[in-house]
Design a binder for this molecule. Sequence first.
Ligand code: DGT
Ligand code: MG
Ligand code: MG
Ligand code: MG
Ligand code: MG
Length: 259
Amino acid sequence: MANSKYEYVKSFEVVDKLLPNTWIVVRIDGRNFHRFSDENEFNKPNDVQALNLMNSCAVAMLEEFTDIIFSYGVSDEYSFIFKRTSQFYERRASKILSTTVSLFTANYVKKWKEFFPQKEMRLTPSFDGRVVCYPSNVNLRDYLAWRQVDCHINNQYNTCFWMLVLNKDKTKKEAQDILKGTQTQDKNELLFQQFNINYSNLPAIFRKGSCVFKDKVEEIVKHTERGDPVKRLRKKVVVSHCDVIGDRFWKDHPWILDE
Ligand code: DGT
Ligand code: MG
Ligand code: MG
Ligand code: MG
Ligand code: MG
């Protein structure tokens, strides 16, 4: 095709290739979900159906973008990790970021009715996104640990806060003042003494957040003539609320970071 005189405008586009041989992490976060969760009357501090909807969108991401090897979600955010060797969109940052954000958002809207059959969605959800490259497995694990520690700190605080507001008739200001300067242990005590709640017995999805990744699962592919099952190991996208800070998970799932 002949070049038009307008073709030169293309040279204004900037190269935005991500560093080769690094883990690509895309983190998306709901825009103004403070308001979105209020308008849609999400349970406080955690709405399990809202979290399940986020998780279902993450599963759809791993099924569609096969270079995503692991993802971690909490509250209104999700982090997607693309494998080191990924050549997805030739590692162009804007392409990877924009398709991740839009596919997730489209799924969120598409799947809403499945998780909230009684609720008409109020407001239009949108997500922001950023992309960061991590050079080493240690850096990547520290990134995930950072998000999971954040999940714990926020969940513990929010659980105390909403228990005080909803069950002890404290104003938000009073609840804030009660919690000011308290440490982890103090908050556990408060929950136990005042509400008979053992923090570690709360659902893991609230305490640990959600991991979505490909796990090896045994599947029966057929039966022999004698009726014995023939099993194969297959990789399947699963949702789990496990600890990703310690070594255990990574020792049990070595294929995730080793590829
Ligand atoms: P942003 O991200 O700067 O646009 O603003 P927000 O409002 O999305 O702030 P962010 O992302 O720091 O905090 C997430 C908000 O979403 C926070 O106000 C609590 C709300 N949220 C997230 N998950 C739930 C939930 O399960 N239940 C309720 N009630 N609220 C939730
Ligand atoms: Mg934010
Ligand atoms: Mg947000
Ligand atoms: Mg957030
Ligand atoms: Mg195109």
